[in-house]
Design a binder for this molecule. Structure first.
Ligand code: PRX
Length: 672
């Protein structure tokens, strides 16, 4: 057990987790209502929570806009001159040489950029409820675009820049986006990637897209952009295009845009964004989040868990103190804006809290494997939030690299995305945190929007455990009938009460919403659902120990976590099958020391086709083409048969057990 120092406890908003948790659990709605009152609303709500199976709606009747809280209200306070973002770009050979570009935005400056871009979007005809796809690398315009959409009530759909044209196409098509925002080219380590080309390919058959906005990331080429003539896409691609498609330079549009833009009044339950994520079946789902509940949940969680030096009064004067961290926090989150961590904890929550967020454009190994530690030293980072896969990769390189840097500014460390093994936890704690920074191992999901199971800095920690549920969150571990399992027993991780930033729905697919989260086939909870009881199925398995600490084991469905990236077995299998030589494929996740899990595929080839190393290389290429480099398979076996149920479903569980030399479990439904 790791006990926090008195200093940490003193500076924590939360001093006594247990007492506060139990007090709040008596009346979670009153708790969230009080938190909501710390934020700005255009009109108060009539009802804190409306639960109509299977939908929970928070702050019903209330009107707000998350951007009103993230930016507008700070314009009237001292926060206006505080830095919202410090962005450091990766070094790249350019006219400027090898220097790393730095861009800083105060809250005032960020607001101006957001207002201008919101006006640009409006001038292109974007209206409340329209969808806008953002396909950008880790540059400030990624955040500006999201905020500009939210400001005018448009729904943003950010697609991670590592996804391929096919993956992007599916996401644009499902969302029926009007606009796509991307770069022309951008640096990625020593390479230059052409995201415009990817977008061209993705949208060639999509008629909903009317405009593409291109951001120039590489300054060295800016000279030729003067008076840029949007080249006819028809000429560029030599293929038919949807009518009326226009390309624009971001900087051209912005140079003419007005700096004042009013913020759209939204219902608390109106959609804010769509974020596609992989599930166990079929195509990725568009997870839909809204303005009101989401803003309340993300606001509070980061503040309490990272002890963020906040501009808002805390909820409970008896247990928390306002603004008692004497230093100004520099909060460094290494996530990409393309994932939920970037949405909730780089964009919305830090801004609502009036914090200063530090972002680095490149990967932790570029231009050298000490870059994160160098940046922490240089910018005096106080709070650092990253993923286990990165910690494990950096740990392997030894202590000498981090030991070269002064990391004494650090106060709190965080982890997210996959289970962190105790060895990596202890290395992070000792070598990076010098045994004085508590580690916040935050368990949550794209769907939950906010931290759900997480320590607070004053908690006693066990390396490898994500501690206990956040205030107002009721978690449990259940068996396949929905009954709670005894301590130290593996169970399905479920949530038993609605929480404010839970997903509103699966976009265009309410059936999927119901079947994934409330009537999941793994669990027979008809009794509960009949009574309209709330039981959210997370798709994870976990154990709880004698002290009530949660130990997350991992996904219990066919979702694979590769370096924290969420990939569906079914999605990977269709990518394999899209190759002309493949008849059938089954994909499983195998443990990997650094990546957490790696992709292993079992492939049946079409009649007459011989397996070879060349074909394996081709298949890897095919999967990268269909999904993107994050989905690169590690192992491919050519096989004659796959274990199936009598109804023809591939039993991946059996393949996995066989592969790992584990007992096969119940095979009574196995056909062959
Ligand atoms: O399996 C859990 C794992 O990540 C899944 C959610 O993935 P995604 O929606 O991409 O969101 C990742 C960022 C929140 C979960 O179902 N996961 C996330 N955080 C943890 C974790 N597993 C163990 N420990 C965590 N701290």
């Amino acid at each position: 057990m790791i006990i926090p120092s008195d200093e940490i406890v003193d500076k924590s908003y939360i001093k006594d987790y247990e007492k506060l948790y139990h007090d709040i659990q008596e009346h979670p709605e009153a708790f969230w209502e009080n938190i909501a009152k710390e934020l700005s609303w255009f009109k108060p709500w009539n009802k804190v929570l409306e639960w109509k199976y299977p939908y929970a709606r928070w702050f019903v009747g209330g009107q707000c806009n998350i951007v009103n809280n993230a930016l507008d209200r700070h314009q009237k306070t001292a926060v206006k001159d505080k830095l919202a973002y410090i962005w450091v770009g990766q070094p790249f050979d350019s006219a400027q040489g090898k220097e790393m570009p730095v861009r800083k935005f105060t809250y005032g400056e960020l607001n101006t950029e957001v207002c201008k871009f919101a006006n640009v979007l409006k001038s292109l005809g974007v209206r409340k409820g329209d969808r806008v796809t953002i396909y950008l690398p880790r540059i400030p315009e990624q955040y500006i675009s999201m905020l500009a959409c939210a400001k005018i009530g448009a729904i943003h759909s950010v697609v991670f820049s590592g996804f391929s044209a096919d993956a992007l196409k599916n996401r644009i098509m499902d969302a029926q986006s009007k606009i796509v925002i991307t770069t022309d080219k951008y640096p990625y380590k020593d390479k230059v990637l052409d995201s415009k080309k990817t977008v061209d390919e993705a949208i060639k058959d999509i008629s909903s897209v009317k405009d593409v906005i291109l951001i120039k990331r590489l300054k060295s080429e800016a000279a030729d952009s003067n008076g840029f003539q949007p080249a006819s896409p028809k000429l560029q691609r030599g293929e038919p295009i949807s009518t009326g498609l226009n390309y624009h330079w971001y900087h051209d549009l912005m140079s003419q845009a007005d700096t004042i833009c009013s913020t759209e009044i939204m219902e608390a339950t109106d959609p804010l964004f769509l974020l596609y994520t992989s599930g166990s079946t079929g195509k990725p789902k568009g997870i839909l989040h809204g303005h009101g509940g989401y803003m309340v949940g993300v606001y509070l969680t980061l503040k309490y868990v990272f002890n963020l030096d906040s501009q808002n009064q805390p909820v409970n004067q008896a247990t928390s103190q306002p603004g008692n961290n004497s230093i100004d926090d520099i909060y460094f989150c290494t996530a990409d804006g393309g994932w939920i961590t970037g949405h909730s904890y780089i964009v919305y929550s830090p801004l609502i809290n009036g914090a200063t967020t530090f972002v680095y454009e490149a990967t932790p190994d570029y231009p050298h494997p000490g870059i994160w530690w160098e940046l922490i030293q240089k910018y005096k980072v106080t709070k650092f939030y990253t993923a286990p896969t990165a910690i494990r990769a950096l740990m392997r390189l030894g202590d000498e690299i981090p030991n070269k840097y002064d990391l004494s500014s650090l106060k709190i460390l965080g982890s997210v995305g996959e289970p962190i093994n105790p060895e990596a936890w202890l290395w992070y704690y000792k070598t990076i945190g010098k045994e004085k920074c508590p580690i916040m191992d935050t368990w949550w999901q794209t769907e939950t929007g906010m931290f759900m199971i997480t320590p607070v800095p004053s908690a006693n920690l066990k390396p490898g455990s994500a501690f206990k549920p956040f205030f107002g969150v009721e978690a449990d571990l259940v068996d396949d009938k929905g009954n709670s399992v005894p301590v130290n027993t593996q169970g399905f991780l479920v949530i038993k009460k609605p929480w404010p930033s839970m997903l509103l729905d699966v976009y265009n697919n309410p059936k999927k919403y119901l079947e994934t989260y409330f009537e999941n086939e793994s669990i027979n909870n008809q009794q509960l659902t009949k009574n309209n009881q709330f039981l959210y199925f997370s798709g994870d398995s976990a154990k709880k120990d004698d002290d009530g600490y949660y130990w997350i084991i991992g996904r219990n469905d066919d979702v694979i976590k590769v370096s924290g990236h969420r990939l569906g077995s079914a999605e990977l299998e269709s990518a394999f099958v899209s190759h002309p030589s493949v008849a059938e494929a089954a994909v499983i996740g195998k443990p990997d020391e650094v990546k957490g899990e790696k992709i292993k595929a079992f492939v049946i080839l079409k009649k007459g086709i011989q397996g070879s190393d060349e074909l394996k290389t081709e298949l890897v290429k095919q999967v990268r083409k269909m999904i993107g480099p994050i989905a690169t398979p590690d192992e491919i076996d050519f096989v004659d048969k796959l274990p199936k149920t009598r109804s023809g479903k591939i039993m991946r569980r059996v393949l996995k057990a066989q592969e790992l030399g584990q007992p096969l479990g119940d095979t009574s439904t196995l056909e062959n």
